[in-house]
Design a protein around this ligand. Structure first.
Ligand code: FES
Length: 108
């Protein structure tokens, strides 16, 4: 695996309690600002692919806008049945007011 850091968004573009969608080299990623901490996770719901960044963020829980499945934006774990499912989560760096997302790509 080779980790690449991609510039995702200006920190000022996402206020506490908000989410944003970003395309990271073709990967659909959602960003969430939870009390000033930025989390990055896969934007596609494990149910039918609903866009999580268009859902509801309460604390660190994101609820899918399509049918209500919910996940922790910090761990990616499902918060309601079916438990045990996960969405991917990605490491985040904030430098000079900009959000960077780390993605581990398979070696070519
Ligand atoms: S697609 Fe997310 S709950 Fe159905």
């Amino acid at each position: 695996m080779a980790r690449e850091w991609a510039l995702a968004l200006d920190l000022g573009a996402i206020s506490p309690g908000q989410m944003a969608y970003v395309d990271v080299d073709g990967l659909p990623v959602a960003l969430a600002n939870v009390g000033g901490a930025i989390y990055a996770f896969g934007d596609s719901c494990r149910h039918e692919g609903g866009p999580l960044s268009s859902g509801l963020l309460i604390g660190e829980a994101v609820t899918c806008p399509w049918h209500g499945w919910a996940y922790s934006v910090r761990t990616g774990k499902s918060l309601i049945p079916p438990v045990g499912l996960r969405i991917p989560v990605y490491p985040v760096r904030v430098e000079d007011g900009q959000i960077w997302v780390g993605v581990d790509w398979p070696d070519a």
